[in-house]
Design a protein around this ligand. Sequence first.
Ligand code: ADP
Ligand code: DP6
Ligand code: CO
Length: 377
Amino acid sequence: APADQLSDSDRSGSCSSQKMADNWILTVTARTPTNIAVIKYWGKRDEKLILPVNDSISVTLDPDHLCTTTTVAVSPSFDKDRIWLNGEEISLSSGRFQSCLREIRARAGDVEDETKGIKISKKDWEKLHVHIASYNNFPTAAGLASSAAGLACLVYSLAKLMNVNEDNSRLSSIARQGSGSACRSLYGGFVKWIMGKEEKGGDSIAVQIADEKHWDDLVIIIAVVSSRQKETSSTSGMRDTVETSLLLQHRAKEVVPRRIIKMEEAIKNRDFESFAQLTCADSNQFHAVCLDTYPPIFYMNDTSHRIISIVEKWNRSKGIPQVAYTFDAGPNAVLIARNREVAADLLQRLLFYFPPNSDTNLNSYLLGDKSILKDIG
Ligand code: ADP
Ligand code: DP6
Ligand code: CO
């Protein structure tokens, strides 16, 4: 069970330990929400350090809904580092996991638990091994940014375990080396990942643009079209895009820099019209860039396209946007309603167009704010 509730104001981890004969184990559990980009990151200028070709902006979801819970443990009885994801052991050998472990270990501090008689000094961490158990409470590798929540949580919980004394912006730079989108999950609210200029990536960090209270009218509804694992991972998809898409060059250099400025303004002014226009346009351009890739990548499917049409038609009929849509590297729709009334209306419309148990029924709806369920009964 998660020992630690990571609220946005209190992201502290909790430590527990128990003495086991002449052995001991020390654990930390942390919980981290996922984030969904409204101006997308797609393409790296440095594969190893995970440095992007453009800035990106995201909204961090409510940690009660889509999140990762990770427990990290250290014990002298562990003979190697190991990781279990959703109950199954996976390989830790990838460069990304190794980068995160190495960067955190390099910053480890002294840890002392007097009541349990445990004393770990800085240099002990080089020899001690960790076991990691991580669970996502939403589909993994299905385009709902599991790598963002997963790697942010890993870095955060390891940093707590090893008493790393670094602020969230430095931790974001480490999480970035696990999965680019993960750097944005270290903060709540609206977050910008600054691409940075430095060769080593020290300035490629996430910063908070506005906190979670700033625009709390917004309600996020996720329509799970498919929870199947995608065929093309984000990592390999964007690698192909960088190698083959001319449209990406134009997007990264000409389009995104302007959108970033406008999006920051829209968020600061709570200007839903501009926010929705930018969010939808950026999602559509990201998927256009995927199509411009060779071999072409199709993340959206017919149901995704139908959802776009429904929202577009509704927005046009109202004259001003009611709902913004955005799709990550998968077919699932992230819908952002301007307020709770609109969200209730949206949910009713989705249930009308995709009735349960029909051919095109949606898997489920995941809500950014569960209180809306009460509103619509
Ligand atoms: P998504 O759209 O879900 O982010 P990606 O292709 O970007 O999909 O990344 C999926 C990969 O991220 C998984 O195959 C796994 O390697 C890693 N991942 C996801 N969740 C976790 C987690 N909780 N802990 C560690 N790694 C994770
Ligand atoms: C479409 O962060 O999953 O979700 O850095 O290779 O791990 P890696 O890729 P990842 O890519 C996310 C792409 C996206 C858009 C976004 O989150 O900005
Ligand atoms: Co991902």
